[in-house]
Design a protein around this ligand. Structure first.
Ligand code: ADP
Length: 499
C-alpha cells in the first residue's frame, strides 16, 4: 500500500528491538513464563512487534517492587519539587521524541498521523506538565476545633496503584494515569491494553532515562481476564485501581477489588447525545457532529454517537453531514492525507459490523457507509464512516456503545422533552448542545446527566478540566485538581494542647 509519510520513520529502531520486555523495578525483563504475544498494525493486519506476556507472577514481582519503592526507596524522601522536576523532565523528553511517539501510536492503534501529532502526543506532554506543577501545590489544612486540641490534616499518597488502560488513546491514557499518581507520590503498575502496548513501553524507557527511582513506575504488558489485568485488580497489596475501559470490565474490576476493598476509579463507556437546535450555526454543528463521531474512528468513550436534530433542519443537516462523511479520506494512519483510519482490531471490526446489522434489523436506514471499503483497504480493519437515519432513541443502535464510526441520527420536535430523551440511556459521560440561544444552552447543560457538556463545540479537553461519568459511565474524576483526590488520602491529626 502506498503510504506518504513526509518524515523519516523514527520508530524503526524501537520496533527492531524485540521481543519487548516488562519494566519491573527499573529493569527490562521478559515474562517469567517466557511467553510473548503479537501486536498488529491495524491498517495491514501485519505483526508490528512481539511483546512479553506478563501474568500473575509478573504482577507479583511488580507489586513487590512498587511496594518496596513506596515504603523504602528514595521516592518517599524526595522533595515535592524534585518529584515535579522529574515530571517536567519527562514531558520535555516526550516532546523531544514527539514524532517518534506519533508514528508509533499511529502504527499500533491505526489513528491518523495528524491526530497522533496534534492531539495524543501534545496532550500527553501537557498532562505531564500540568501535574508536574501540582507536585508542589499539595496541601493539608488546619481546622478550628475545641481549644484543648489542635487538628490538622495531611494529604498523603494512597500507596501502590494499579492502572489498567484501554487501546483508544494508549499514550494519553498512560499520561492521565501516571501524571496525578506520580505528582502525589504514589508508585504505580501500569497494564496497557494488549492491542496497543508500544507507546507505553517507549514511555517507560524515557521514565528510566530521566531518572525516576527504580520501582516507582512498573509496566506489565499482557491480557485482562485470568491474566495480568485481573491479577492486578485482585491483588491484596494494591491500594487502588484506576481503570478506563468497557463498563462490563468495570464491573469485573469492582468485584475483584472487594478482596481488600481497594479504592477504585472508573472511566467507562458513553452514548453521548449531541443536540442540534434549528437556531444553531449549522456549518459549525456539522463539523462538530463529524468530529464527535469520526474522530479516532469513533473509538472514543465520549463520542457523540446519538445526534439529535431539531425537525426544521433535519433534512438539510443530514444531507450535508452525509456528504462530508462520504468525503472523509480513509486510509492507513501513517498516510499524511488520511482523515479516518482503521479500527484497532479485527475483534472491534466484527463488533461494529454486527451493530450495523442489528441497526438494519431494527429498522434504521443507512444514510451512508455500513460496510467495509473494498480494494487495498480490505486488508486492514476498516469500516466506512456510517450514518443511520430514522433511528429511535430506544433502538439498540441508540442505546449501546458501538465504539466505532457509526452515528445514530434522531429527529426531535420539542425543546421541552429533549433533555429527557438525551438522558434516557444508561450512560452519562458527555453531551453537547448547539444553539445560539444562551439560555437554552445553559438550561440543557444543567439538565443533561453527564460529566462533560460541550456548548457549540465538541471534544475539547484540557488537563485542568475534570473528566468522568455519571451513571454507568463510572465514578471518580480524572484530570484537573479532582484527580489529586483520586490519588491521595486525607489523614486528620489530633494533638492534645490542653494545659
Ligand atoms: P475492550 O473490550 O474494548 O478491549 P476492555 O475494558 O476489555 O476493553 O479493556 C480495557 C483494559 O482492561 C485492557 O487493558 C484489558 O486488558 C483490561 N481488562 C479486560 N478484562 C479485565 C479483567 N477482567 N480484569 C482486569 N483487567 C481487564
Amino acid at each position: 500500500m502506498a503510504v506518504t509519510l513526509e518524515k523519516e520513520l523514527l520508530c524503526k529502531d524501537f520496533l527492531t528491538q524485540q521481543p519487548k520486555k516488562l519494566l519491573i523495578d527499573g529493569k527490562w525483563i521478559p515474562a517469567e513464563s517466557g511467553k510473548t504475544f503479537e501486536t498488529k498494525n491495524p491498517a495491514t493486519d501485519e505483526v508490528l512487534a512481539k511483546v512479553a506476556e506478563g501474568d500473575k507472577v509478573d504482577i507479583e514481582k511488580a507489586v513487590k517492587a512498587a511496594r518496596q519503592a513506596f515504603e523504602k526507596g528514595p521516592w518517599r524522601k524526595m522533595s515535592a519539587a524534585a518529584r515535579g522536576r522529574l515530571l517536567y523532565k519527562l514531558a520535555d523528553a516526550i516532546e523531544e521524541h514527539a514524532e517518534e511517539f506519533a508514528q508509533l501510536e499511529t502504527l499500533d492503534n491505526g489513528k491518523p498521523i495528524r491526530e497522533s501529532r496534534h492531539v495524543d502526543v501534545p496532550q500527553t506532554v501537557e498532562t505531564f506538565r500540568y501535574y508536574a506543577g501540582w507536585a508542589t501545590k499539595l496541601e493539608g489544612e488546619t481546622l478550628n476545633v475545641n481549644d484543648n486540641f489542635f487538628n490538622y490534616t495531611l494529604r498523603e499518597p494512597v500507596g501502590v496503584v494499579g492502572q489498567i488502560i484501554p487501546w483508544n488513546f494508549p499514550l494519553l491514557m498512560a499520561a492521565w494515569k501516571f501524571g496525578p499518581a506520580l505528582a502525589t507520590g504514589n508508585t504505580v503498575i501500569l497494564k496497557p491494553a494488549e492491542q496497543t502496548p508500544l507507546t507505553a513501553l517507549r514511555l517507560g524507557e524515557l521514565i528510566c532515562e530521566v531518572g525516576f527511582p527504580d520501582g516507582v513506575v512498573n509496566i506489565v504488558t499482557g491480557f485482562g481476564p485470568n491474566a495480568a489485568g485481573e491479577a492486578l485488580a485482585t491483588h491484596m497489596d494494591v491500594d487502588k485501581i484506576a481503570f478506563t475501559g468497557e463498563d462490563k470490565t468495570g464491573r469485573e474490576i469492582v468485584k475483584a477489588s472487594t478482596v481488600n476493598l481497594k479504592r477504585v476509579s472508573l472511566e467507562l463507556g458513553g452514548k453521548a447525545p449531541n443536540i442540534v437546535f434549528a437556531d444553531a450555526d449549522i456549518d459549525a454543528a456539522i463539523k462538530g457532529a463529524i468530529t464527535g463521531i469520526f474522530f479516532n474512528q469513533g473509538q472514543v468513550c465520549c463520542a457523540g454517537s446519538r445526534l439529535f436534530l431539531e425537525r426544521p433542519i433535519y433534512d438539510e443537516f443530514l444531507s450535508k453531514l452525509t456528504h462530508q462523511a462520504n468525503s472523509l479520506r480513509q486510509g492507513p494512519g501513517l498516510d499524511e492525507k488520511t482523515q479516518i483510519g482503521p479500527q484497532v482490531s479485527k475483534e472491534q471490526l466484527d463488533r461494529i459490523l454486527s451493530y450495523i446489522d442489528i441497526a438494519k434489523k431494527e429498522g434504521a436506514s443507512l444514510a451512508c457507509g455500513g460496510e467495509r471499503p473494498a480494494g487495498e483497504l480490505s486488508r486492514g480493519y476498516f469500516v466506512k464512516p456510517t450514518i443511520f437515519k430514522g433511528v429511535q432513541n430506544s433502538m439498540r443502535i441508540a442505546q449501546e456503545e458501538v465504539f466505532g464510526p457509526v452515528l445514530a441520527v434522531i429527529p426531535f420536535t420539542s425543546a421541552e422533552d429533549i433533555a429527557e430523551q438525551a438522558n434516557k440511556v444508561t450512560y452519562g459521560l458527555s453531551g453537547a448542545v448547539w444553539t445560539k440561544d444562551i439560555k437554552k444552552a445553559h438550561r440543557l447543560a444543567a439538565q443533561i446527566k453527564a460529566g462533560t457538556i460541550w456548548v457549540n463545540c465538541y471534544n475539547v479537553f484540557d488537563p485542568a478540566v475534570p473528566f468522568g461519568g455519571y451513571k454507568m459511565s463510572g465514578y471518580g474524576r480524572e484530570l484537573g485538581k479532582h484527580a489529586i483526590e483520586l490519588y491521595t488520602n486525607i489523614k486528620s491529626v489530633w494533638v492534645n494542647v490542653a494545659d
